[in-house]
Write a protein that binds this ligand. Structure first.
Ligand code: DGL
Length: 270
């Protein structure tokens, strides 16, 4: 690993503003870290794009974050993690640590939910990649994973927030036979933590609904500690960029991040 210093920023990227749920958890767990967030609003949603398109976008974003001297890059998007994590890791090589939002979750359920029936919901990209199952099977924890693409959910959350429209969409999706008799459900998409309560309510609070954001943030902290890269000085600067700026993105940030955000346009694709 190239020599890094603790004051260098953490880079975090997503297809849009939903990844702010992960950024929010990172800021809570690591308030001293300098953070650069990049949302590829020009290309969202990634959930419906081809794998090769998402891979190309992800490499270019990782390149930009390396130019900003990031010591660690978090792929906050589940769709991008599913199809581009290995490529990004290879591209970045020793220039920074690369982490994603799926591996910490897989280790968590291996540790806490062995021998159980676990549900997973996410975009079509994430579910079709089968990446959770491949990773879980490697750990031999006898977890029965059952997954369902809840494709419209992310854009509906962005449009309607936490509302009655979402409850009826959830009724449609969550009543699917694939999601019967679960012990726990993994929220495999940046947007779903916003409606975690609605999902728990649908299951009458009888199963654990797992928002990976905190689990990811703790894993990032641990990785920084292991590499003596935790920023203990007074950093804490945060910059939020999007590849296409509109007022509605700016207004939408409130749903995903606690606190004021000043979104800036970063014309990566011009
Ligand atoms: N950020 C995406 C994810 O977590 C959801 C939105 C999209 O499809 O781009 O999969």
């Amino acid at each position: 690993m190239a020599k890094h210093s603790a004051v260098q920023p953490i880079g975090i990227f997503d297809s849009g503003i939903g990844g702010l749920t992960v950024a929010n958890a990172l800021v809570n767990h690591l308030p001293n870290e300098n953070i650069i967030y990049f949302g590829d609003t020009a290309h969202m949603p990634y959930g419906d794009k081809s794998a090769s398109a998402v891979q190309a976008y992800s490499i270019k974003i990782a390149h930009m974050l390396l130019q900003q001297h990031c010591k660690l890059i978090v792929i906050a998007c589940y769709s991008a993690t599913s199809v581009a994590y290995e490529l990004v890791k290879e591209y970045v090589a020793s220039k920074a640590i690369v982490m994603n939002v799926i591996d910490p979750m897989v280790h968590y359920i291996h540790a806490h939910h062995a021998h159980q029936r676990i549900g997973l919901i996410g975009t079509r990209q994430t579910i079709n990649s089968n990446v959770y199952k491949k990773k879980i099977d490697k750990l031999n924890s006898n977890i029965e994973l059952t997954s369902l693409a809840t494709n419209l959910l992310a854009s509906a959350i962005e449009e309607f927030g936490n509302s009655k429209v979402i409850d009826s969409l959830l009724d449609q999706y969550l009543s699917h036979p694939m999601l019967k008799n679960l012990d726990a459900l993994i929220l495999g998409c940046t947007h779903y933590p916003v409606v975690k309560e609605n999902i728990s309510r649908y299951f009458k609070n009888k199963i654990q609904v797992i928002d990976p954001s905190d689990i990811v943030a703790k894993a990032v902290k641990q990785r920084l500690e292991e590499n003596q890269l935790l920023n203990i000085d007074n950093g804490g600067q945060q910059h939020f960029y999007v590849s296409d700026y509109t007022e509605s993105f700016s207004a939408g940030t409130k749903m995903f991040f606690n606190g004021e955000i000043h979104l800036k346009h970063y014309p990566l694709w011009n």
